[in-house]
Design a protein around this ligand. Structure first.
Ligand SMILES: CC(C)(COP(=O)(O)OP(=O)(O)OC[C@H]1O[C@@H](n2cnc3c(N)ncnc32)[C@H](O)[C@@H]1OP(=O)(O)O)[C@@H](O)C(=O)NCCC(=O)NCCS
Length: 165
């Protein structure tokens, strides 16, 4: 994703999210500046039709709706904050391909985990991508889930590296 893609990101976000889950252009710009190499766009016919943005985080940390990303100094987790596939491009497998691309980058970086907050009844989709719901131990992190509108938001994780020896 480049700064020139922000207009497309805003268009796709508006197609994909409930009004209360929409985030501002300013915060989207700031996030791209703070985590440019974990932000991806998918195109069809040269036009952006899907995006995925995340940042390097710590297991158990929930991304707060509408807040800047806070990349961790010593990350152990790729946090996927926002995946959106435009209405015209649904069902083509772009969502799973973007997720697979991000997870392979995380594995190359030896991040042990990937995590996200599932919203808008997307848990079955994320289970298909290898994620499972995970209880948050910290009540403060649990509270961050309540900012998301719609069906209850759910913290989900996937272990990326299997430790041996
Ligand atoms: C969820 C989303 C990213 C899926 O992207 P996509 O590229 O259209 O995914 P696909 O249609 O290729 O789906 C892959 C599989 O997941 C399933 N799936 C897709 N969305 C689903 C959903 N909301 N609930 C349950 N299953 C879903 C598909 O049926 C498909 O299953 P199959 O391979 O057995 O046929 C897309 O629908 C979207 O942008 N939704 C709105 C925003 C959103 O909810 N993002 C996730 C927030 S955490």
């Amino acid at each position: 994703m480049l700064r020139a893609d922000i207009a497309s990101v805003l268009r796709l976000q508006a197609q994909c999210y409930l009004p209360d889950n929409i985030e501002s252009e300013a915060v989207i710009r700031a996030r791209l500046a703070s985590a440019p190499d974990t932000a991806w766009i998918a195109e069809t016919d040269g036009k952006a039709c899907a995006y995925l943005v995340g940042y390097r985080s710590r297991l158990g940390q929930v991304g707060v709706l509408g807040d800047d990303f806070e990349p961790a100094d010593t990350p152990d987790c790729l946090y996927l904050h926002d995946l959106a596939v435009g209405a015209q491009a649904r069902g083509l497998g772009l969502g799973p391909r973007l997720v697979a691309h991000a997870l392979s980058q995380a594995r190359r970086e030896k991040l042990a985990w990937a995590a996200l907050v599932s919203v808008q009844d997307s848990q079955p989709f994320w289970r298909q991508q290898g994620f499972a719901a995970r209880q948050l131990d910290d009540p403060g992190q649990e509270l961050a889930l309540s900012n998301y509108a719609g069906a209850p938001a759910c913290y989900m994780t996937q272990e990326l590296l299997t430790m041996t020896g």
